[in-house]
Design a protein around this ligand. Structure first.
Ligand code: NCD
Ligand code: ZN
Length: 345
């Protein structure tokens, strides 16, 4: 049995830092483990221009603890009126690493998202030409579509069309939750990849709905039935270069989750690499953790891999039931559980 595992320092290819005090509270948890992170732009107001992204990046960098080497990679929140020139300039200047497509009203702070894909076809054309990665929250928002079917429906209604119409566009199908998405990504060429969160590898929808409603297991896209979880575990641990780490760490205050209308999002950052390591260990695939966590993402984005390494070791770790962030309380992923791996000092 392997008791320690050394891998290149991983990166997180999808997370939410928020802003202000909460951002300053959460950034150190990510910087402790990851060399870089793709930072989602769904602030209020959203990060829609290169200037806003450059300012946001400065605020994040100021929150990185002294002596820690961490680089935030910024994304542009696409709207019906995104200026393709501003996006191209932001990318050329190294401000933007990717752009994010939220279908309008698909999730938290997505009201300004894209209402009709036709409205951003010019922007996508430019992105394809410049080599800018498109990150997609792949869920339809139509009220007549069951929430558990929204990802699979998005593939049929939109994903196939985007991939067909922009055959060279680099696309990340984010936080996939279904066997349908796994199959779709596997069918596509090397320009289409997917991120997978720890929660979707650990839980199915029962964890949210059985024995009382469990708001801390609620995120979007919502966890699906067990067959889907098993397909995700197989994809993540397979060694395929098409799947890589993206926690979708999405902190919400405890009171906002434990409410009559609880927010979607799981704060996965504090024990993220440990959480993935547990899954790879259970699947007897620890030899593929480094590719998933540290190699496939940079290869897809055309970035160098991190030079440093981290070592994971088998040990019992009691995850706190809640964390204090700037005097506010947030419940972390695995909160209250004892987990079997930790990062060695
Ligand atoms: C995210 C958030 O809270 O910003 N929530 C979530 O459930 N994942 C938004 C998102 O990525 O969908
Ligand atoms: Zn997200």
């Amino acid at each position: 049995m392997t008791d320690t595992l050394t891998i290149r320092r991983p990166d997180d290819w999808h997370l939410h830092f928020r802003d202000g005090d909460i951002m300053r509270g959460v950034v150190p948890y990510t910087a402790r483990q990851f060399g870089r992170a793709i930072v989602m732009p769904n602030l209020t107001p959203p990060v829609t221009t290169a200037n806003l992204a450059a300012e946001y990046r400065e605020r994040i960098v100021a929150a990185v603890p002294a002596g820690v080497d961490f680089t935030p990679l910024m994304t542009c929140y696409l709207t019906d009126t995104t200026d393709p020139d501003d996006l191209a300039r932001g990318f050329a200047e190294g401000v933007f690493t990717a752009a994010k497509l939220y279908p309008a009203n698909a999730t938290t702070n997505s009201a300004h998202g894209v209402s009709d894909l036709a409205k951003i076809y010019l922007v996508l054309e430019g992105m394809e030409a410049e080599g800018i990665v498109l990150c997609i929250h792949g869920e339809v928002t139509d009220h007549d579509i069951d929430v558990f079917d929204r990802e699979a429906e998005f593939i049929e209604r939109h994903m196939r069309a985007i991939v067909r119409d922009f055959p060279k566009l680099k696309i990340v199908f984010e936080h996939i939750t279904t066997a349908d998405a796994v199959a779709f990504v596997e069918e596509c060429g090397p320009n289409v990849a997917a991120t997978i969160t720890p929660q979707h590898l650990h839980i199915n929808r029962n964890a949210m709905l059985v024995g009382g409603i469990q708001p801390h297991n609620y995120c979007l896209p919502v966890a699906k039935r067990e067959t889907h979880r098993l397909a995700l575990r197989k994809a993540a641990t397979s060694g395929s270069s098409k799947f890589f780490l993206g926690t979708d760490s999405a902190p919400h205050l405890r009171g906002d989750k434990e409410s009559a209308c609880g927010c979607a999002g799981i704060f996965g950052a504090p024990y993220a690499i440990e959480s993935y390591c547990i899954v790879f260990d259970e699947e007897d695939a620890l030899e593929h953790l480094e590719a998933f966590a540290s190699l496939n993402g940079p290869a897809f984005y055309g970035l160098p891999v991190n030079e440093e390494t981290i070592t994971l070791e088998r040990a019992d770790v009691a995850v706190p039931e809640e964390l204090d962030l700037a005097g506010q309380t947030i419940v972390p992923w695995h909160g209250g559980q004892t987990i079997g791996w930790r990062i060695a000092d």
